[in-house]
Design a protein around this ligand. Structure first.
Ligand SMILES: [Zn+2]
Length: 487
């Protein structure tokens, strides 16, 4: 955690309510609120100073939205009165070197630079509503900017090129792989968090006020048919997997896979042959299902045909319990409610009550063990990350996720900062600093990495004669764009 206090009086460090961009706000606001807190607690004992909560693209500040600056804007001198990119980089380095209190002393307190200008060094655009105000007015913003920067893991300067990435793959022995929806989209599995391309557009006709309600546990308890009306669309239909899943399996075969933390609930890692003990399904999965009444558990396969038919799968254990209940003498019937659940019934054995509290016993609904909004995340995540992987990990590879959903979003900040981190996705993220960004279709990126590493990643979706062109992203020595030649 961040142990450096803010300069008293002037710069409250408490972050404002995080107002995520429209698309994300639908998906993550609740989860992040709940989970960030839990994870902060878990990580504080390890003195990490990632607080996560401020690593977003927009923040609200007294109702006005704060605009963030990109390094390109500083480099190109597009913002009047802003730092140059060189100045900004120097200020950031200095902050990490000496800490927040000393940094503020050295800069603002000595009037070496204005708070307004310093905000730009940390990527915050001086807002129009403060124009003309005294420099002190910028102190709260600067506090946000400094906390945000300080929480950020600094990029390791020695890792930049594709060759660096390939060498890291070859030399690392304990790789943590973080994955998200992007590794399954090439299989036609929709990203259910994405508003445009995902499932949410299909949900409008269900009359939900917020599409996220489909994954809300309270909505499920009230009417499971809503979830099961779309479940078939996110259920893996065949035992297929993408080249990227194949890549994770290849890391396992080479004895290099420490853990694959996945946000995906499709359980496709298993299709590729990744061992259950190598996977943490951070949001649960369809691999198993549990009766909401008696907690009877089955393998996901057992309910897949019902799901595909659009039916609500029912518990097979409940009817037996109901039948046994029926055989009992009348007086004992209420000893246990027919569905095994604790209900607010009258006292057990209370025969004086009227009979009108008898319900017709029905079997429970089988709920896939994916984590709904409003449910606790599987414990395994924090336990394994902090008490096992943190000591061992020597390379982090993040694939196909924008890392905006906790808890996976917190992982890069929790792991030791000297462990190199590689990012593979279509677009770079600005809120977390990776050492090397490999941009493009993740199936293409991993197949090219394997080719260069001399590894044999065979998959029917990778053409035998595939040629991939890699070009640096202008202005970034550590960002590289992967494109299939002729595509
Ligand atoms: Zn049951």
């Amino acid at each position: 955690m961040d142990l450096v206090p803010a300069p008293s009086g002037k710069t409250p460090v408490k972050s404002p309510v995080v107002e995520v961009e429209a698309v994300e706000a639908v998906d993550v606001a609740e989860q992040v609120e709940a989970e960030t807190v839990a994870l902060e607690d878990a990580s504080s004992e390890f003195e990490t100073d990632s607080d996560g909560s401020e690593d977003w693209d927009t923040l609200s500040h007294g109702g006005d939205t704060i605009q963030f600056l990109r390094d390109e804007q500083l480099r190109d001198g597009l913002v009047p009165g802003a730092c140059t990119l060189d100045e900004a980089v120097a200020f950031r380095q200095r902050l990490h070197d000496i800490g927040k209190a000393a940094f503020v002393e050295e800069t603002i307190a000595r009037e070496a630079v204005t708070a307004k200008k310093l905000c730009t060094a940390f990527g915050i655009m001086p807002p129009a509503f403060l124009e003309g105000a005294p420099d002190e007015s910028y102190h709260p913003l600067l506090a946000i900017a400094l906390s945000r920067e300080f929480a950020r893991r600094p990029k390791l300067p020695q890792y930049n090129t594709i060759e660096d990435a390939v060498r890291l793959l070859q030399e690392s022995k304990n790789i943590v792989v973080l994955t998200g929806a992007g590794i399954s989209t090439s299989l036609g599995i929709p990203d259910f968090r994405s508003k445009d391309t995902g499932l949410y557009s299909k949900l409008e006709h269900l009359g939900l006020s917020d599409p996220q309600e489909v994954f809300d546990i309270h909505v499920f308890q009230e009417d499971p048919s809503i979830f099961f009306s779309i479940a078939k669309d996110i259920l893996p239909t065949e035992k297929k997997f993408s080249p990227t899943h194949g890549f994770i399996k290849l890391l396992q075969d080479k004895g290099k896979l420490l853990t694959n933390y996945t946000q995906n609930i499709d359980n496709i890692e298993a299709n590729a042959g990744v061992l259950p003990e190598k996977i943490v399904q951070c949001h649960g999965s369809f691999a198993t299902a549990t009766c909401v009444k008696c907690n009877f558990k089955v393998l996901g396969d057992a309910i897949f045909s019902d799901i595909r038919d659009g039916k609500i799968p029912e518990c097979t254990a409940c009817p037996e319990a109901i039948a046994q209940e029926a055989l009992k003498p009348q007086g004992l019937k209420r000893k246990r409610s027919s569905n095994g659940q604790h209900k607010d019934r009258k006292e057990e054995f209370d025969d004086s009550s009227d009979d009108d509290d008898y319900e017709i016993p029905t079997p429970g609904v089988m709920k896939p063990d994916i984590t709904f909004f409003g449910e606790d995340l599987p414990d395994e995540f924090g336990q394994r990350l902090i008490h096992h992987d943190r000591e061992l990990v020597d390379l982090v590879i993040v694939i196909g996720t924008s890392l905006k959903v906790a808890p996976v979003a917190e992982v890069p900040g929790i792991l030791p900062r000297n462990v190199p981190q590689i990012y593979i996705s279509r677009t770079p993220v600005s809120h977390t600093g990776f050492d090397i960004d490999l941009l493009g279709d993740c199936d293409v990126v991993v197949s090219e990495l394997c080719r260069r590493a001399g590894w044999n990643l065979q998959h029917h979706m990778i053409p035998a004669d595939e040629a991939v062109e890699v070009t640096p992203l202008e202005g970034h020595e550590s960002r590289h764009v992967f494109k299939v030649v002729g595509a």
